[in-house]
Structure formats: structure tokens, C-alpha cells
Write a protein that binds this ligand. Structure first.
Ligand code: SPV
Ligand code: MG
Length: 310
């Protein structure tokens, strides 16, 4: 689909590393399959968040490790194939212990995925927005998991992001900072500090205390109203993830179209809000297949093969 063999571009992992390292705020947009990943790239985002919540939802199951690591990899393979921008995969808790996590990392590297994010909770995980006081992983055990991931990557630029769930689980700032520092020392390339408060204050407080020891990643799903993106940039946040909006958009759009078609027993009412079929062909470059067919298929069938045909 993308012929870029003759243009030496940095690897996707190198692009992610630079995106995390750069002082300006970067944005990752959620995608959950090949099409959504293509759209994220096409509108101009510099990176993709392969959200566990969104991938499971799109597959019709819960964000509770009901989708297996292999099924996530299958989805991510389509996403990576369809795009040139770097992908950060939500690796949940790593699908088990250090051994499962490091095998997942090796497989991601084979797919030229740029980064994985591993969170310090217990398998099977529960979505951060459900309930209170979810148990956290043992700090030392999680440090070993991060180190195992770093030791297993087969691309030097691959990034392992350690996600700190202490604030979400109701622990004080000091616990979050202590864990983040331990994970950094264990080899994490960046810290994803998660919060589900509406005011965004604990994330800003964390960033202040952290002082750019390594890049910080956030997802302002609950506090996007309270704090503007400029304030995050000033606070030293490296990367902001819009973590589930494409999945939620598609869920609403599909339901509305479906209901209207069902109610009216015709599709003419919904046509105006649909992507024209031609747009699908254009977006996925059907013309390229025509060109390639002219190049690779013979114009005339081989007379010998015609003689042999019964
Ligand atoms: C996801 O998108 O799957 C995440 C981010 O893990 S959140 O749902 O905000 O926890
Ligand atoms: Mg997730």
C-alpha cells in the first residue's frame, strides 16, 4: 500500500522516541482497527494510541482482558500495516507476568510497533474508570516486568511506557511519585500518569514534582474541560492521548444510522451522513490495484494455457 522502500525515513520507534522526547506537546489519537488508524494518520496526527478499551469494545467484549494478547496483536498488525506513523499499544498489565509481557514486546517489535504501555495493576485488569481502590501490582514485581520488556525489545528505539495507576486507585501523590521513580530506574522510557479526577489538579501537581525526569504521558478523558492543552504543555507534559473518542464516535454513529434505517425501512434518510462508496475506494487506494494489475497481469492470456484448458 505504501511504497517507501527507497526513501530512508526514521523507523516508527525512532519517531515515537522523538515525539516523547521533544519539548512541545504531542498528541496521540485513539484507533482500534486498520480503518480508524488510517483516518488518524490522514487527518495529520503524529501518532496512534491502540487503546485496549477501544479494541475490546470494537470486538464486542469488555475491557477486562477478555481479548487475548494474540487477538490484540492481530488487530495491531492491521493498524501497523495501514499506517506509517508510530503506534503506542496499550499492553494493559502485560497479559500475565514478566514473561508474558516480554513475549508481547518481541511480537510488537516484529510488527514495527513503536511503543507499548504497561500498567501497574493485576491481571485480569479492570478499566480505570470502574469502581474505586483497584489493587496495584507490587512495585518490585512491576519493576522487573518493565526491565524484562526493555531487555526483550529487538529495536533499540522501541519505547516502554510505565503507567502509574496509584492516583486512580486513591493513593496519595507521594505513592505515585515513588512508583514512577522506581519504574524510571527500572528502564521505563516514559511515565503515563493516569487520573480520573475532573479537575486535572493531581496530574499538574505530579508534573511539577516530577520535573521532567523522563517524558510524561497523560489522557485527559475526565479532566479535558478543566485544563487546556497549553497548561499541560507548560507543566512539562510530553504527550497527550485522546484515548477513546473514535470508538465512541463510531458506536454512536452506527447506532443512529441503524435505528433510522430500522425505523424507516429505507436508507435514503441516512445517505447524507454516510461516506460515499467512492470515498471508501479512494481512501483505500483502489486505483493502485488497477495500476498494479496492468503492471503485473498479462494483457493477453497465454495461448498455451488456453489450449490446455478443458
Ligand atoms: C485505554 O484507552 O484502553 C486506556 C486509557 O487504557 S483509559 O481507558 O483512560 O484507562
Ligand atoms: Mg486500556
Amino acid at each position: 500500500m505504501h511504497n517507501h522502500h527507497h526513501t530512508p525515513t526514521p523507523s516508527k520507534a525512532a519517531m515515537m522516541r522523538e515525539l516523547l522526547r521533544s519539548r512541545s506537546l504531542s498528541f496521540l489519537m485513539e484507533a482500534h482497527n486498520g480503518l480508524s488508524a488510517r483516518i488518524v494518520e490522514d487527518v495529520g496526527f503524529s501518532g496512534i494510541w491502540a487503546s485496549g478499551f477501544s479494541i475490546s469494545t470494537a470486538l464486542g467484549v469488555r475491557d477486562s482482558n477478555e481479548v487475548s494478547a494474540g487477538e490484540v496483536l492481530d488487530t495491531v498488525a492491521y493498524m501497523a500495516d495501514a499506517t506509517r506513523i508510530p503506534i503506542m499499544v496499550d499492553g494493559d498489565t502485560g497479559y500475565g507476568n514478566f514473561n508474558n509481557a516480554r513475549r508481547f514486546v518481541r511480537q510488537l517489535c516484529r510488527l514495527e510497533v513503536a511503543a507499548v504501555c504497561i500498567e501497574d495493576k493485576l491481571f485480569p485488569k479492570t478499566n480505570s474508570f470502574i469502581g474505586e481502590h483497584q489493587p496495584l501490582a507490587d512495585t518490585n514485581e512491576f519493576c522487573g516486568k518493565i526491565t524484562a520488556c526493555k531487555d526483550s525489545q529487538t529495536d533499540d528505539d522501541f519505547c516502554v511506557i510505565a503507567r502509574v495507576e496509584a492516583l486512580v486507585s486513591g493513593f496519595p501523590l507521594a505513592e505515585a511519585l515513588g512508583r514512577a521513580e522506581a519504574y524510571r530506574q527500572a528502564g521505563a522510557d516514559a511515565i503515563f500518569i493516569h487520573s480520573k479526577r475532573k479537575d486535572g489538579k493531581e496530574v499538574l501537581a505530579f508534573a511539577k514534582e516530577w520535573g521532567r525526569r523522563c517524558p510524561l504521558v497523560i489522557t485527559p478523558t475526565t479532566y479535558h474541560r478543566a485544563v487546556g492543552v497549553d497548561a499541560f504543555e507548560k507543566a512539562g507534559i510530553s504527550t497527550l492521548i485522546w484515548s477513546n473518542q473514535n470508538m465512541r464516535a463510531s458506536m454512536r454513529a452506527m447506532r443512529e444510522v441503524c435505528e433510522e434505517v430500522f425505523r424507516n425501512r429505507r436508507v435514503s434518510d441516512v445517505e447524507p451522513v454516510l461516506a460515499p462508496v467512492q470515498e471508501v475506494f479512494d481512501f483505500l487506494d483502489y486505483d493502485e490495484l488497477d495500476d498494479a494489475s496492468r503492471r503485473y497481469l498479462p494483457a493477453e492470456p497465454d495461448p498455451a494455457s488456453r489450449r490446455n484448458a478443458s
